[in-house]
Design a protein around this ligand. Structure first.
Ligand code: DAV
Length: 370
């Protein structure tokens, strides 16, 4: 019986034989292999009380009305073209690009206590966390994202067979106990009031950013203390997990708020980060320029601050949105080499280059930067 397990299949050849198939300690070490998301089947999720705390107010009605239906086909097609362009640019820069497998997004699934449909596999950054040689499937707080990591399973199995470590947070129940039924919007200026409770651990990987032994994160409308503590113990004493709070009444994902670009270089949201966190004292800090996405451009799920959601290819090269002239100029002034890529149509789906990727392999070792 054991002999027939695929565990014993020979691992597929690694592009640089003998190297770890998964190895990523920072946001800036030289990128060798990356997963780029897909928009196939992208659909409005089943409506749920976990959505309004993070969706733009102007989109709530759209999400209620279109729940379980596909995102507009012409937007999906435009985003898909931009993903292709992004993948080609990465390949031209010497990065191996991998893609998930589409899974059904509009099939109703159920647990013991609820039913839902899915959303997409566009944002590998949310569902999977790479720390060193390990990929962790995140226990996500949205019912519509319950099966999202299945789109990545062919890749996860391949990486595991080639020697990576593969784990998953405790499978969440996502019963009503996980959500604060009395949640009311604190308003843009208000104190944070998060819609998830501490019933069980949940987190999205995008609430974490990696700087070697130091991992910086925030609590959010998808990431609770329970989830952060689970990850802290899971990673063990080699890592220090720092929880920061920002001036953001609707937090979900740290990667349009606080973006370490290279050792000693930090990009911050000018309003959400009024004061540089003590941990980063001594770092060069640049406030992101105001975003320039026109109001008429649809952003279904986020603010315009996706301009900050950049992908570092190494300590020099950074992928930025081609129409975002202020950010292109800003990163140049900050000492980087911008690589422009069209991505505004993809932005409509709730993320930019950092969200759309998972940096599976960066050349580098576990270091201390603070
Ligand atoms: O500014 O709306 C976007 C984060 C996407 N992962 C924002 C947060």
């Amino acid at each position: 019986m054991l002999e027939t397990l695929p565990l014993h299949a020979p691992p597929p050849p690694s592009p640089r034989g003998g190297e770890r198939p998964v190895n990523s300690h920072t946001e800036w070490d030289p990128l060798e292999e990356v997963i780029v998301g897909i928009v196939d089947g992208a659909s409005f999720p089943t409506w749920h009380m976990s959505l309004p705390p993070v969706l733009p107010a102007a989109q709530h009605e759209t999400f209620r009305l279109r729940a379980g239906t596909p995102f507009p086909a012409e937007l999906v097609a435009a985003a898909r073209r931009e993903l292709e362009e992004f993948a080609h640019i990465l390949e031209a820069e010497g990065v191996r690009v991998r893609r998930p497998e589409p899974i059904p997004q509009r099939t109703t699934y159920s647990t013991l206590s609820w039913t839902s449909t899915g959303m997409y596999a566009a944002m590998p950054r949310d569902a999977l966390l790479v720390v060193g040689d390990e990929i962790i499937e995140c226990p996500m707080a949205w019912r519509s994202r319950y099966y999202e990591s299945l789109a990545y399973r062919p890749l996860l199995k391949e990486y595991f067979r080639a020697g990576a470590r593969w784990s998953a947070g405790p499978k969440p129940e996502l019963t009503d106990d996980q959500y604060d039924a009395g949640w009311v919007d604190p308003g843009d200026a208000g104190p944070q009031r998060l819609v998830i409770t501490e019933f069980e651990p949940t987190f999205d990987a995008a609430d974490f950013t990696r700087c070697g032994r130091d991992i910086i994160c925030q609590k959010s409308n998808v990431t609770n203390d329970f989830g952060i503590e689970w990850l802290r113990r899971h990673l063990g004493p080699e890592y220090r997990v720092h929880v920061l709070e920002f001036r953001d009444a609707h937090p979900m994902h740290i990667d349009a708020t606080l973006v370490p670009m290279a050792p000693g270089k930090l990009l911050v949201h000018p309003d959400r980060v009024p004061e540089v966190p003590a941990l980063f004292k001594g770092w060069d800090v640049m406030a992101a320029p105001r975003p320039v996405i026109p109001d008429a451009h649809p952003l279904f799920m986020t603010s315009k601050w996706l301009n900050m959601n950049v992908l570092m290819l190494d300590e020099q090269r950074v992928v930025v949105e081609r129409q975002d002239e202020p950010m292109i100029e800003a990163v140049k002034r900050f000492g980087f080499t911008p690589i422009p890529c069209n991505f505004r149509n993809f932005n409509s789906f709730g993320g930019s280059f950092h969200c759309a990727t998972l940096d599976v392999r960066r050349r580098g070792t576990l270091e201390t930067y603070f």
